[in-house]
Design a protein around this ligand. Structure first.
Ligand SMILES: [Zn+2]
Length: 445
């Protein structure tokens, strides 16, 4: 890269950092401004009675959210729709910049000067590519993951620790991304005609590998993961696990509050590496009923083999994407390959073009991916209600999740943008379940 351009990039970043420092002292929201109370009351309309009505109970739950909080979380979530577009356009602009200014070809030349041994050459190119694109993407990353999160009271980190996490992610990307590009370029160079099939298989296997090592080797880089010992919490969770045939012996806690105010939980891994993890926001803010409802939902994902279904779905999508890459790369290189000084699909300098094509594919597939995930989430909700028998816990969790999700979207909006059912639909499903299993509750009163 010419030093003039390097200087311009450095200056640009310095100005941006300065702006961030000035603005971070005047961030709009303190972390708890967005939050609903920890204990969400069961409203009178949702109490079990012979006149119980699911719609009235749903409306009564929703009415507990003050209008200003609804407006704020709607604005945050709808802003996220635009972020999908801006992320795509901004990333595409950077890819075109790297190609047209021949920075990508220059990074390849530099990597060749270091070594002609292909795998190491690929890694050296990746090192330059990742650092350069991270710097160029930084204004958007900073806005999206730091400013915007603080503006809506969802982030808990100050700039320094946040930047520290960003650098750690860069390290993770260097190692894991480096391994992925070395593998994939190896496949492309060895199998010039069929790489689009084998590339898809390798990419899918690699994502399974990441899923396996994530909870044990990647999460602890950013957060503290500890074993939960409190028998009041662990006991009911493990007995629910046994009742549902889940081979968990321990429950883990992750200190997500280090970065965010969001509540969440998950079941990760396969057979032997399988584990249940709750985040500390859920533990601190959720009622026991709410925690059980959330765990029932997560167990549903496990019991219904959603991980395997997702892997199959991803593999099909990956084959489609690689086929698109196969034709797209051939077409674009025939037209502009010479101008961009790219020698062919096995040339590392092609990477920005690969990223451009892949991101356009994912952009178009957004509603399909969201719908595939949302289907599983609907199933997990049903499973969770049957397993935990905590419809009010479910409604409480949905209200807490509503701090960063729009509760009441239109049907087309939900279809395109929601990877979970909307809060209103989830609460209604819980209240309908309660209405149809009222005998479980009326005896307890
Ligand atoms: Zn889920």
């Amino acid at each position: 890269m010419p030093s003039r351009t390097g200087l311009a990039v450095a200056l640009f970043c310095a100005i941006f950092f300065y702006a961030v420092f000035c603005a971070s002292s005047a961030l709009a929201q303190p972390p708890d401004a967005n939050q609903m109370p920890s204990v969400i009351q069961v409203p009178a309309e949702a109490q079990p009675s012979p006149h119980f009505d699911a719609t009235a109970a749903t409306n009564a739950y929703l009415a507990q959210i003050p209008a200003d909080k609804t407006a704020r979380s709607d604005a945050y979530f709808e802003g996220g729709y635009w972020m999908i577009l801006w992320d795509f356009l901004y990333g595409a602009a950077i890819a075109l910049l790297l190609l047209n200014l021949r920075w990508s070809a220059r990074m390849r030349d530099l990597a060749e000067r270091v070594t002609r041994f292909k795998p190491v050459h690929t890694f050296v190119y990746w090192l330059q590519y990742l650092i350069l694109t991270s710097i160029l993407m930084f204004p958007l990353t900073g806005y999206e993951n730091y400013f915007r999160e603080h503006k809506y009271g969802l982030a808990t980190q100050t700039f320094g620790p946040w930047m520290g996490d960003q650098l750690k992610w860069l390290g993770v990307g260097l190692v894991l991304g480096g391994a992925a590009v070395m593998l994939l370029f190896g496949v492309v160079r060895r199998l010039p005609r069929t790489w689009w099939i084998w590339g898809a298989v390798v990419a899918t296997l690699f994502s399974i590998f990441i899923m396996l090592i994530g909870p044990v080797y990647i999460w602890p880089i950013f957060n503290k993961v500890t074993r939960l010992d409190d028998p009041k919490i662990v006991g009911p969770i493990l007995s629910m696990a046994r009742a549902n045939g889940i081979p968990a012996k321990e429950v883990y806690e992750i200190d997500a509050s280090r970065q965010t105010t969001r509540i969440s939980a998950n079941v990760s891994g396969f057979a032997n590496t399988m584990r249940i993890t709750l985040n500390d926001n859920l533990l601190r803010r959720g009622s026991p009923e709410e925690i059980q409802a959330v765990m029932g939902h997560e167990m549903g994902h496990y019991v219904m083999h959603h991980i395997y279904n997702s892997i199959m779905f991803d593999l099909i999508e990956m084959v489609l994407m690689f086929a698109y890459l196969y034709y797209g790369l051939g077409w674009a290189l025939k037209r502009w390959g010479e101008k961009w000084k790219i020698r062919g699909v096995g040339d590392t300098a092609v990477l920005p073009l690969v990223v451009l094509l892949a991101s356009s594919f994912s952009f178009v597939f957004t509603p399909i991916d969201n719908t595939a995930t949302r289907m599983q989430e609907i199933e997990a909700d049903m499973y969770g209600l049957n397993a935990s028998r905590q419809p009010d816990g479910e409604a409480q969790a949905d209200i807490h999740l509503g701090e960063y999700r729009k509760m009441n979207p239109g049907p087309i909006e939900e279809f395109i943008f929601f990877d979970h059912p909307s809060g209103r639909n989830r609460i209604y499903a819980a209240m309908r379940w309660k209405a149809e299993n009222l005998q479980l509750f009326i005896g307890q009163q």
